[in-house]
Design a protein around this ligand. Sequence first.
Ligand SMILES: C[S@@+](CC[C@H](N)C(=O)[O-])C[C@H]1O[C@@H](n2cnc3c(N)ncnc32)[C@H](O)[C@@H]1O
Length: 308
Amino acid sequence: MTAPGQSNRTDAESESRTWTVLELLRWTTDHFARRGIETPRLDAECLLAGAMGVDRMRLYIDFDKPASPAERDRFRAFVKRRAEERVPVAQLVGHKEFWSLPLGVTADVLSPRPDTETLVSAALDLLPDREAEGRVLDIGTGSGAVALAIARERPKVRVVATDVSAEALAVAERNARELGMGDRLQFVEGSLFEPFTTEQFDLVVSNPPYVAESERRQLPRELAHEPEVALFGGPDGLAVLRELVAGVAPFLACGAGFAVELAPAQAQIVVRWCGEVGLRDVTLHRDLGNRERVVSARDPRLPASEVS
Ligand SMILES: C[S@@+](CC[C@H](N)C(=O)[O-])C[C@H]1O[C@@H](n2cnc3c(N)ncnc32)[C@H](O)[C@@H]1O
């Protein structure tokens, strides 16, 4: 029998056979597991939902529904590229949910990761008043994930989102527009603080590239499909983090917050650097897997609102 993910369609009986949602999921989960995909059932569900143009939960209601020939063709192509080329699911279906926001994703941006929700939580802790106005700078915005999550939770702030990649900025801008937040975000192309001179922000946040070049050969195959500029931070992974911490002070308003994502092995070094540049309240945040993934800190001066 020709399986859903195989391109060889010589078996006419199998081609004309009906495949229900549940059958497709079972076959594909097993196929992915045998091919060493880490989350076989989840990937199968996301790809089938993408091929059918529905959300994942709908599949559970429609377990017995037969997929149409067009849906099956789309699904078959997804399954093949996932299993053989290890293309990330988000790139295949063209979107990924982050902080409950549906974000468009292309090969020009890093697919937003659940781990990065820890960065959003730490950033929101630094802006505790939901109704406060303020200016936020998101450096290396990629799909716009962090900028848009903050803008959604703090409806009166304005966010400047930067990236060195014009292609990534186009994706972020489209996401902002589609989520109805285009008027509160500004997109600026440039490296780190280079686009700014005298501007100051109430929060500077970044999920920079922090993978060490030396780890390149041990990385999951999926990462080969994501932009290099989104991943690698020099030989030890710290190149961009180092410049971020060293350069942030002039761009922080009095008492402003600063939060960066990093790899667990980099956490103590970045904590030390934050202290060395005079930031206060330097705090480590752990992700859901209990790994140290975010460092936050504050400008040492009192916020303008607290100066009598
Ligand atoms: C790890 S990705 C993060 C994307 C997104 N913020 C997220 O959390 O999903 C890093 C992003 O930083 C951008 N980038 C790399 N070097 C940069 C630099 N020097 N200045 C600004 N952006 C940079 C990359 O193009 C990429 O979009």
